[in-house]
Design a protein around this ligand. Structure first.
Ligand SMILES: NC(=O)c1ccc[n+]([C@@H]2O[C@H](COP(=O)([O-])OP(=O)(O)OC[C@H]3O[C@@H](n4cnc5c(N)ncnc54)[C@H](O)[C@@H]3O)[C@@H](O)[C@H]2O)c1
Length: 338
């Protein structure tokens, strides 16, 4: 023994060394382990790989972290197999999904793709005339006219949705308005500056609409303990794009909300994902950009084409189905940004 050092002894008079501490921890862990031989699951007879549920129960779960509740909605119970494989994809079959801006170019394609996979699609849009046309073409779709920047209209549309279908499993925040204006345009005459009216119009259509719809839908999901999914349609303009002050800022806001909400709502089992398309081959793109600009964009895109609307719909399906995806932005731009 070194001078001045005292080694504590246990009740049996043995020195309490690091070894005996470790021994006791191992003994305690052995007692906690389920009593089935050779690491086999008692009912399934499957070998449990190291680190699978049960073997280290308690050690891996943070005591303050709430358990995920049950249920089988889109973000449903993690049915991880006893073998430690990833969770099953969650089928959209029979799930009630609200798509905003559903009467527009991408909204229609997203609605069609969801419906083809068996989802019940509820179309929200402020364009009542376009919704009427959609309803005629797609009688199975529940079409509800509402301006997403008006809380009373959103509350009413949500109440109607729940009245007709009984639940909401997903929300695709697709409504938006693409707008091009320079902050300052020397050639603009009386209208040289980006107007505040345009700023409000564009931020409202893209960002405020997403906030209002999500706050109402999430309240409903939380109160009904539904593990739903929110998919936000952003844009690669979120990274900054000359001539799109309001649009770029609004989409950056949408991406920020995606991360914020993923952090806030994850404990309730609600996932939040954003998809950031590049230039999609839609009427709205062709309306916003000249032929020359589109040709230049195509030349600069590694895949040498605009993004197909169906790609966005596929990404929405992926976001709805992958039960581990949350807080991310999926860029879909044919490689334009690299
Ligand atoms: N088309 C593209 O190239 C492209 C690229 C990147 C991102 N996006 C995004 O994809 C989404 C859909 O774009 P799109 O090309 O189909 O546009 P679109 O103009 O064809 O459709 C947008 C729809 O949103 C609706 N809407 C707008 N404001 C609303 C509000 N306050 N309340 C309710 N409905 C409202 C409109 O009525 C319209 O039907 C938008 O968010 C857009 O920013 C599109």
């Amino acid at each position: 023994m070194r001078c001045g050092t005292t080694i504590p002894h246990n009740q049996r008079g043995e020195p309490r060394t690091a070894h005996t501490h470790r021994q006791r921890a191992e003994d305690a862990a052995r007692q906690r382990r389920p009593r089935h031989r050779h690491g086999r699951h008692p009912r399934l007879g499957l070998a449990r790989p190291h680190g699978s549920r049960g073997e280290h129960r308690g050690a891996l779960r943070h005591p303050a972290r709430p358990r995920r509740h049950g249920g089988d909605a889109l973000g449903g119970r993690h049915r991880r197999a006893a073998q430690g494989q990833g969770c099953d994809p969650v089928s959209p079959q029979g799930k009630v999904i609200i798509v905003t801006g559903a009467a527009g170019n991408l909204g229609r394609v997203i609605g069609d793709a969801l419906q083809a996979q068996g989802a019940i699609v509820v179309a929200w849009d402020r364009d009542a005339q376009a919704l009427e046309t959609l309803q005629r073409e797609q009688p199975a779709r529940t079409c509800l006219a509402c301006d997403l920047t008006d809380e009373a209209q959103v509350a009413h549309a949500l109440a109607e949705t729940v009245k007709v279908h009984g639940r909401v499993d997903g929300l695709v925040n697709n409504a938006g308005l693409i707008h091009n204006t320079l902050l300052f345009n020397m050639m603009g005459g009386d209208q040289r500056r980006h107007s505040l009216a345009d700023w409000h119009r564009v931020v409202d259509a893209n960002l405020t609409s997403t906030f209002v719809a999500t706050s109402h839908v999430v309240e409903h999901m939380a109160m009904t303990r539904t593990k739903g999914v929110i998919v936000n349609i952003s844009s690669i303009a979120a990274g900054g794009n000359a001539g799109q002050s309001a649009y770029a800022a609004a989409k950056a806001g949408v991406e920020s909300l995606t991360v914020t909400w993923a952090r806030e709502l994850g404990a309730m089992g609600i996932r939040v994902v954003a998809i950031a398309p590049g230039f999609v081959d839609t009427e709205s793109t062709r309306r916003a950009l000249s032929e020359a600009v589109i040709a230049d964009l195509t030349r600069r895109t590694p895949l040498r084409r605009l993004v197909a609307p169906k790609s966005i719909a596929q990404a929405v399906l992926f976001a709805l189905q992958d039960d581990d995806l949350s807080g991310v932005v999926l860029p879909l731009d044919g490689g334009l940004r690299i």
